[in-house]
Design a protein around this ligand. Structure first.
Ligand code: FES
Length: 78
């Protein structure tokens, strides 16, 4: 499985104690779909049925957007 996600931020986010959950841990989003970047908001649940050999693009780059399977990624210089 591969997921194409658009990121618009151009620098790091600073995390502090306010970002800790009830268990005292900070959960950083690794799926790219959270509306609360860089923190996980549970949107990764939308990825649980992704196939192993499939590239996905989520419209609006979040779990609420339509999910599409990408046939091929073509770069401008190819
Ligand atoms: S890992 Fe991305 S929303 Fe949880």
């Amino acid at each position: 499985m591969t997921r194409e996600v658009t990121h618009e931020e151009r620098g790091p986010a600073v995390l502090d104690d306010d970002d800790k959950g009830d268990d005292g841990l900070i959960y950083v989003c690794q799926c790219g779909l959270s509306d609360s970047q860089p923190l996980c908001d549970g949107s990764h649940n939308a990825t649980t049925d992704e196939g192993d050999e499939v590239v996905y693009k989520y419209a609006n780059d979040d779990a609420d957007g339509e999910r599409r399977e990408v046939d091929e990624v073509v770069y401008a210089d190819e």
